[in-house]
Design a protein around this ligand. Structure first.
Ligand code: ADP
Length: 479
């Protein structure tokens, strides 16, 4: 185990053990990596108090000071990217090379928000009444809380913690039970580079309900940022209503990937592969429904099937692996249920379609299903696994209508060449994000977020820091 494998809660700059502990296992082989402290309600309150104490000083540090510390943290993450990637691969399952990629992506938010810290500008408003002058300043929200999911154990932490710190907020993080180790390693590096005690606090726990409720209802916590399922997002939003807490929600998606007949089909297939199989399809922006125009369907399916059959599945620490195991048995059961029910409803399995038992219980074969229709469960639900589900359409209007026919509105994608169509469809899709001729839409400089039941707020980009700032208007009268 590397020195970055930490086992305790991180509160006020100290590693705090608990009597009760829980095991973190490797999904590739079920082996226990280590046992981790299990935070309860008392420790949650202690972490909130620590964040509140640290806030008094942290919010008054200069933006340059905060930016400099964030840049040091960024460098420490990059310097340790291999160890962080290996740790993440062990707890989460994704191939080491992909995990190292996530560490770099996660670090890019720290670097980005170091820059944004230095650009928290206010305004002086035009004079409308000569006896008054009005200034607008931006101040840190205060103590923040973050609740994060297991699919991106590193980047979902940095995407919330970096803008919070840049804005002058302190934070309490509840990482997922399945993958707490990456978050603890990040805290260790933050501490080593001198981010002050209490500014970042981490609470691994098996009792997310209790810890989550305390964070959401605490009067001391002024903002909650959550990434996870829409169901839990709704619970937290209700809890936050108790004291009108500011809230950011990055929830589930049901991303369409539309292939029009004027698209470059080779390029579209390439982009779909990258978009679908990142993290074994376990991302909220994975293409969930692939809508292909009738006239190019056979050709496109042929290209995709060839690519899917060439994918290499195996444990994340093996060389040249494209896909690791799914996160747990529930994930495998869900994927299997959706594929079987699509088949029994009349869809065709073109590739894969089963668990790769020779590798282990959690390895699901990369799968292509064609002949999918709007009513099928595989269309209605988020697959969250390595399955490409293909349906067809005839007209552009029909494609956009089908794409929008969901309560979700996170990511959407389409492939086309015609410029007028590109604008029409981009503007017609009811989504927070549209990828045109690309499956890669997530960067530190892009606003990431959804509409409808996919969430509230944006992360990353110049907009992301606003989630951690309050606007104050100062009106100076009697002039
Ligand atoms: P996922 O499908 O990504 O596991 P969840 O919404 O279940 O989505 O989990 C996302 C995060 O929310 C995890 O950190 C999990 O522990 C936490 N969580 C789950 N249930 C609750 C709850 N009732 N209150 C607060 N947090 C919760």
């Amino acid at each position: 185990m590397s020195s970055l494998t930490k086992q305790d809660c991180f509160i006020e700059g100290h590693w705090v053990p608990t009597e009760k502990r829980f095991a973190v296992t490797n999904p590739a082989n079920g082996e226990v990596i280590t046992e981790v402290a299990d935070a309860d309600g008392d420790l949650t309150q202690r972490a909130i108090n620590a964040a509140e104490t640290a806030l008094a000083k942290w919010r008054t540090t200069s933006t340059q000071e905060r930016a400099a510390l964030l840049r040091k943290w960024h460098q420490a993450i990059i310097d340790n990217k291999q160890a962080l990637g290996e740790l993440m691969s062990a707890e989460q399952g994704k191939p080491v090379a992909e995990a190292v990629g996530e560490v770099e992506y996660g670090a890019s938010f720290v670097d980005w928000f170091a820059g944004e810290a230095e650009r928290i500008n206010g305004d002086i408003l035009p004079i409308t009444d000569n006896s008054k002058r009005v200034m607008v300043i931006k101040q840190p929200v205060g103590v923040c809380a973050a609740i994060t999911p297991w699919n991106f154990p590193n980047a979902m932490i940095t995407r919330k913690v970096a803008p919070a710190l840049a804005a002058g907020c302190t934070i309490v993080v509840k990482p997922p039970q399945l993958t707490p180790l990456s978050s603890l390693a990040l805290a260790q590096l933050a501490s080593e580079v001198g981010i002050p005690d209490g500014v970042i606090n981490i609470l691994p726990t098996t009792d997310s309900k209790t810890v989550g409720e305390i964070l959401a209802t605490s009067k001391q916590v002024r903002k909650l940022s959550f990434t996870g399922s829409t169901g839990v997002g709704k619970i937290l939003m209700k809890q936050c209503a108790e004291n009108i807490k500011k809230i950011s929600l990055e929830l589930g998606g049901n991303a369409p990937f539309i292939v029009f007949d004027d698209a470059d089909l080779d390029e579209a297939a390439e982009q779909l592969m990258a978009c679908k199989f990142r993290n074994g399809g376990q991302t909220c922006i994975s293409a969930n429904r692939v809508l292909v125009q009738d006239s190019v369907k056979d050709e496109f399916v042929k290209k995709i099937v060839a690519k899917v059959k060439a994918l290499n599945v195996g444990p994340g620490d093996k060389e040249n692996v494209d896909l690791g195991p799914l996160i747990d048995q529930d994930a495998v059961d869900k994927v299997q249920r959706l594929v079987i029910s699509a088949k029994s409803d009349g869809a065709t399995i073109e590739a894969g379609g089963s668990v790769m038992t020779e590798l282990g219980d959690l390895f699901y074969a990369p799968t292509v299903v064609s002949g999918v229709t709007q009513e099928m469960d595989i269309t209605q639900e988020e697959i969250f696994g390595p399955v490409i589900a293909i349906s067809t359409f005839e007209t552009e209007e029909e494609a956009v209508q089908q794409a929008n026919d969901t309560p979700f509105g996170l990511a959407s994608y389409f492939a086309a060449k015609d410029t007028a169509r590109i604008f029409r469809v981009s503007e017609g899709l009811e989504y927070g994000m549209v990828g045109v001729n690309t499956g890669g839409i997530s960067h530190a400089y892009n606003p990431f977020g959804g509409i409808k039941e996919s969430g509230i707020g944006r992360e990353g980009s110049k907009y992301g820091i606003d989630e951690y700032l309050e606007i104050k208007t100062i009106t100076l009268g009697g002039l």
